[in-house]
Design a protein. Structure first.
Ligand code: UD1
Length: 423
């Protein structure tokens, strides 16, 4: 396994178009809560189609710390939670992955207690967890918080009605996980509707609960006596699919993406189509053709699913840097999600920022440059921009991109791009 402080160098020689077909990887954001859920029944879980990613490695280290056996072989992952002995996650492991807070609901349900360090802020801005904590309290947890530790306990969790004032993905997941340890029915109103919630619900239905309404804003869950052994296939990654679509839109080509549901990224496809891409969708595939002379679009306003995903904002922005006219973005989910912008300016892009709004005036050409990856999707956006730039772009990255993309360089090369990763 690679050390935590190694540096990745992505070299992108732009100017080539993307031609051919590729298969979309398994979903990172579906895998992580399902890995946390694997402790619920105290049995064995086998997962397939799990992408090989740094964030998955971090989740496996947490599971091993808890006393589980956790092994990944290719895209198959095996967890044996019979040996679980700890209900606390040390700070060092919490900091490796922001979404480790998802272990809170699962451990509370399984052990009646959990200790972990608060996740704190991250590169995208403040990451409060007040909605997660309010949901757990409503289920009967007592929570003590100080700067260094969160301690949640519950002698007995009780099914209840939880009303989320904002459809937080993480809070909905933690509420579902904790409710698996509760007696009686839990009703979540104002729930997040992201496909990753439906994936977690499918997994929980196979293991420990009867769930209705996942994918809508009202979810009902009643736990049953858990099944010890569960096999489950991780669904495809809609944000990885959107990344490849944006890459082909920006540099041109004829790309087929297989093994995912295009309907899950229809908000992204809507703008790519409006920008001039020719898109045909099938039940589990799409074909996108672009001659790389896009027209500006907007306003692109990020919003909870099924709105435009905040994760795809930097990627679509990168695709539109050379589009004719002025594109407008408005970011409503995270306060600090334009971190890629100063780096994209180095390529010759023309972008101005005003609070939560970004205006992109299309330029005729981008020039390769040396960049530094700022975060996972911002880093991927730099690759997308580099593919559309003339000359060489080198992106120095302390591991953000490999947190979320499996063999990104290899997949892009198989489509004809000139992209290499060295570490
Ligand atoms: C978010 C995205 C999700 C994406 C994931 C990975 C949204 C709504 N969620 O999920 O689609 O896959 O990042 O990048 O787009 N908030 C609170 N209190 C809380 C929890 C959240 O105020 O307890 C606020 C945050 O400040 C932020 C928003 O809700 O403004 C984030 O929503 P949330 O869905 O919780 O974030 P993630 O679960 O990280």
């Amino acid at each position: 396994m690679r050390g935590a402080i190694s540096m990745d160098f992505w070299t992108v020689r732009g100017g080539k178009r993307l031609y051919g077909a590729c298969r979309v990887q398994g979903s990172k954001n579906a895998s992580l809560p399902i890995l946390a859920a694997s402790v619920l029944a105290g049995g064995e879980t086998e997962l397939t189609n799990v992408p090989r990613l740094r964030d998955i490695d971090a989740a496996l280290r947490i599971l091993r710390h808890l006393g589980c056996r956790a092994e990944q072989e290719g895209n198959r992952l095996y967890i044996d939670a019979r040996g679980l002995v700890h209900s606390s996650v040390p700070e060092s492991l919490m900091h490796e992955m922001r979404s480790s807070v998802i272990f809170m609901g699962a451990l509370l349900a399984r052990c009646g207690e959990v200790r972990l360090s608060p996740p704190g802020g991250c590169r995208l801005g403040k990451r409060p967890i007040d909605l997660h904590l309010a949901a757990l309290r409503k289920l009967g947890a007592r929570i003590e918080e100080d700067v260094s530790e969160l301690h949640c306990r519950a002698q007995r969790l009780r099914g209840t009605e939880i009303i989320l004032p904002f459809p937080s993905v993480g809070a909905t997941e933690n509420a579902l996980l904790a409710a698996c340890g509760a007696r009686g029915e839990t009703l979540i109103r104002g729930a997040a509707r992201e496909p990753e919630i439906a994936a977690l619900a499918d997994f929980l239905c196979a293991m420990v609960a009867e769930i209705r309404g996942a994918g809508s804003d009202t979810i009902r869950l009643t736990a049953f006596r858990p099944k010890k052994d569960v096999c489950f296939r991780i669904p495809p990654d809609r944000i990885a699919a959107a990344s490849f679509a944006c890459a082909a839109a920006g540099c041109g080509g004829d790309l087929t993406l297989n093994g995912f549901e295009p309907g899950q990224i229809s908000a992204v496809l809507h703008f790519l189509n409006a920008a001039g891409c020719d898109i045909i969708t099938f039940t589990h595939a799409l074909r996108l053709r672009s001659d790389a002379r896009l027209t500006a679009v907007g306003p692109v306003v990020t919003a909870p699913y099924p709105g435009f995903p905040t994760d795809a904002q930097p990627l679509l922005m990168a695709a539109l840097l050379r589009a004719e006219g002025e594109s407008l973005f408005r970011e409503t989910i995270f306060e600090n999600r334009y971190r890629q912008v100063p780096e994209l300016l180095r390529l010759g892009a023309d972008i101005s920022l005003d609070g939560r709004e970004a205006t992109i005036r299309g330029v005729e050409r981008l020039r390769g440059s040396a960049l530094t990856a700022t975060d996972l999707r911002g880093g991927a956006a730099m690759i997308v921009a580099g593919l559309a730039a003339q000359g060489e772009t080198v992106i120095c990255d302390d591991g953000h991109i490999t947190r979320g993309y499996e063999h990104f360089d290899r997949c892009l090369r198989s489509l004809g791009a000139d992209v290499y990763l060295e570490y």
